[in-house]
Design a protein around this ligand. Structure first.
Ligand SMILES: Cc1cc2nc3c(=O)[nH]c(=O)nc-3n(C[C@H](O)[C@H](O)[C@H](O)COP(=O)(O)O)c2cc1C
Ligand code: SF4
Ligand code: SF4
Length: 252
């Protein structure tokens, strides 16, 4: 019996939403591999179906997510590769994801870049994915099902360059309002970089922090946020430059 394997790294949950939307088109039993906490070796069977979603971080798939995905292999397992970005740039992220899945013995049958609310700059792509995105994502999922049934692989060329653009660390500060913190430690548990000390959730080690947004998104008190001069200076300029709507792209 084959399974649909939902594999994603989704600090602010929009990539997860896109993967869920695609997977809901399949009737098979579902399994979840959430790479915010799944960091083990795994090999899927040839009759499984993998749906792999990654957010775009500075034109790449996130470094830690990549390291975790490197441990997950296929056995010529059909895979759908999705990168989800914040209406700015995909750059080399989709090419990188497709390359990595192929290296890991997946049979990539289709790929997509989808647009979601920007997890750092809240004014960009608000409300996305919206109903128009979801409709297109579901049409894509139906085409994926047809491709898997007919045994076809990906034929479209994926945009991007090799070598991929260098990793970039954003200069923004992630901080915590100690008056708002309720010391629930949810941020400590979710941080994929162990950047929040387990005895002091108000602190953040900015040398370890990848600015992924998971702690900000999970905090029930809205105590964690981006702050600092670099962030405040960039925000209006970035939101203006990326205000024009971009549409998802699908590759079959
Ligand atoms: C560190 C970081 C870097 C990002 N870099 C890009 C980028 O290069 N291009 C872009 O369009 N969006 C970028 N984004 C926005 C995310 O790709 C986008 O909001 C995505 O939906 C986040 O997925 P998630 O909700 O699953 O975390 C970045 C977000 C973060 C946190
Ligand atoms: S998730 Fe928020 S409230 Fe909970 S410990 Fe972290 S900062 Fe404090
Ligand atoms: S501290 Fe940094 S790396 Fe850890 S969850 Fe928060 S934003 Fe992500």
């Amino acid at each position: 019996m084959s399974n649909v394997e939902k594999i994603y790294f989704s600090p602010s949950s929009t990539t997860k939403k896109v993967v869920e939307e695609i997977s809901n088109n399949f009737n098979e039993k579902k399994e979840i591999f959430d790479l915010l906490n799944f960091n083990s070796e795994k090999v899927f069977a040839s009759d499984d179906i993998a749906i792999v979603g990654m957010p775009v971080f500075a034109g790449r798939i996130p470094k830690t997510a990549r390291k975790r995905l490197e441990k997950i292999k296929g056995d010529n397992t059909p895979a759908i590769a999705v990168v989800n970005y914040g209406n700015a740039h995909v750059s080399d992220a989709l090419l990188e994801l497709v390359d990595l899945l192929k290296e890991n013995n997946f049979n990539v049958i289709a790929a997509a870049s989808t647009v979601s609310h920007h997890s750092i700059f809240s004014g960009v792509a608000q409300g996305r994915p919206d109903s128009s995105d979801i409709e297109k994502i579901n049409e894509f999922a139906q085409k994926c099902i047809e491709k898997i049934e007919s045994g076809e692989s990906l034929t479209s060329e994926i945009p991007g360059n090799r070598p991929y653009t260098d990793y970039k660390q954003l200069p923004f500060v992630v901080s915590c309002d100690d008056m708002a913190c309720a010391f629930c430690y949810d941020c400590v548990s979710i941080c994929p970089e162990n950047a929040i000390p387990d005895d002091d959730p108000v602190d953040t080690d900015l040398d370890l922090c990848s600015r992924c947004t998971a702690c900000i998104h999970i905090c029930p008190e809205d105590a964690r946020m981006f702050t600092g001069d670099a962030f405040e200076a960039k925000k209006p300029e970035f939101e203006k430059a990326n205000s024009e709507r971009k549409d998802p792209e699908f590759y079959l």
